[in-house]
Design a protein around this ligand. Structure first.
Ligand code: XUL
Ligand code: CO
Length: 438
């Protein structure tokens, strides 16, 4: 097979003292952590869009990326990108990929042409998957880029757009199934509004639910048993996105009785856009049994939009992996690097370096989180903090044995309250120490 990145060899694990830019310092795929190889905890995935189709365009300028497939066009461009993508994943030891329909094949002039292009590319990708052993973590449909989706897809006021989006998702689901995808993701794209003045929010929410139900039914029809995921995001591209954050999505799913069919795909940069921490969103999902998968990236607090940067923040990765360990893992989900190199980092080498840093950051986060779990200091602290519910009046509250009258009677006799310190700084010091130690 043609080699696209011939200057770069397979990336090896060299340990934390290595100064080789093109080596792992922490990610050692087979190293056992909490009884499982690292790679099984992390289930890293390449995002097809940022890695292969992204050109470094922003609203002030055109693409800057220098890529070995530059100059090619049509299907041959798409085939080269796919081949290069599988070479990149093999060299990095990334075992999964995630894709939108539009990433892998050209749009075409008609829907039929779009379907045909997809079929041709799926044959090609299927072959590359067999050759490399790389698997599909999830597929999705891009129902937001084309001008027809200007007012949304499933929440468009135009029923023809709803139908077109359905035809698109039907096909995306079928090709994800064909490629053995373990999950299927819905990111709302333009499902939201720019102004309430022209929007029937009630009808749009009902239609969105109808659309998701049809997807669930179609999955049953074709025998797709993968996990459905919704990816919350509060704003961008629309002023308000219906899948604002985890709690909003959970309430929506429960209202329409879809909560047994969907889990959530949590993206770090979307969490911070919603005014939450990444850990908060993971925690909300975990305690609701809805943590499905992760889009691993980070934002820039000084910029304030979805900058989709490669994750380098050890502290955040530690807290995220702490939630993942408490969740007993992510499978069938994984850690998809929904991340792109900066516009100024336009060389192929930057692409490899970015993945290495992202993978090392989460590997180290996993090691620190495992240490915290093993030491059990945080767990013990939390258990003790709630010990008033283990006996006496607290136990009666937990067992639903008391009402307001009983509690008023109790409080009248115990009204001189004594509280205990929350020790936040001490707990933060414990996390710092665990980070220094790994
Ligand atoms: C957009 C985003 C998407 C989804 C898939 O912010 O995160 O790339 O992950 O459509
Ligand atoms: Co994402």
């Amino acid at each position: 097979m043609k080699e696209y990145f011939s200057d770069i060899k397979k990336i090896a694990f060299e340990g934390k003292d290595s100064t080789n830019d093109l080596a792992f310092k922490y990610y050692n795929s087979e190293q056992l952590v909490a009884g499982k190889p690292m790679k099984e905890h992390l289930r890293f995935a390449m995002s097809y869009w940022h890695t292969l189709t992204g050109e470094g365009v922003d609203m002030f300028g055109s693409g800057t990326m220098l890529r070995p497939w530059d100059g090619q066009e049509g299907m041959s461009l798409y085939k080269s990108r796919a081949e290069a993508g599988f070479e990149l994943m093999s060299k990095l030891g990334v075992e999964f990929f995630c894709f939108h329909d539009l990433d892998i094949a050209p749009e075409g002039h008609t829907l039929k042409e779009k379907y045909d292009n997809l079929d041709e590319m799926v044959d090609h990708i299927e072959h590359l998957m067999k050759e490399t052993g790389i698997k599909c973590l999830w597929g999705t449909s891009n129902a937001f880029s084309h001008p027809r989706f200007v007012h949304g897809a499933a929440t468009s006021p135009n029923a023809d757009v709803f139908a077109f989006a359905a035809a698109q998702v039907k096909k995306a689901l079928e090709i994800t199934h064909r490629l053995g995808g373990e999950n299927y993701v819905f990111w709302g794209g333009r499902e939201g509004y720019d102004t309430l003045l022209n929007t029937d929010t009630g009808l749009e929410a009902d239609n969105y639910a109808r659309f998701l139900k049809m997807a669930v039914n179609h999955a049953k029809k074709i025998g797709f048993t993968g996990q459905f995921l919704i990816e919350p995001k509060p704003k961008e591209p629309t002023t308000h996105q219906y899948d604002f954050d985890s709690m909003t999505v959970l309430a929506f799913l429960r209202k329409y009785h879809l909560d047994n069919n969907f889990k959530l795909n949590i993206e770090a940069n979307h969490a911070t856009l919603a005014g939450h921490s990444f850990q908060h969103e993971l925690n909300v999902c975990r305690i609701n049994g809805a943590l499905g998968s992760i889009d691993a990236n980070q934002g820039d607090p000084l910029v304030g939009w979805d900058t989709d940067q490669f994750p380098t923040n050890i502290y955040e990765a530690t807290l995220a992996m702490y939630e993942v360990l408490k969740n007993n893992g992510l499978a069938p989900g994984g850690l998809n690097f929904d991340a792109k190199v900066r516009r100024g980092s336009f060389e192929v080498k930057d692409l490899f370096i970015s993945y290495i840093i992202g993978m090392d950051t989460f590997a180290r986060g996993l090691l620190v989180a495992d240490k915290l779990m093993q030491d059990g200091v945080l767990e013990d602290f939390v258990t003790k903090r709630y010990q008033s519910y283990h006996s006496g009046i607290g136990k009666k509250i937990i067992n639903n044995e008391v009402d307001f009258e009983d509690l008023a009677c109790y409080a009248l006799k115990h009204d001189q309250i004594i509280n205990q310190s929350g020790r936040q700084e001490l707990l933060e010091e414990i996390i710092n120490r665990a980070i220094y130690s790994v």
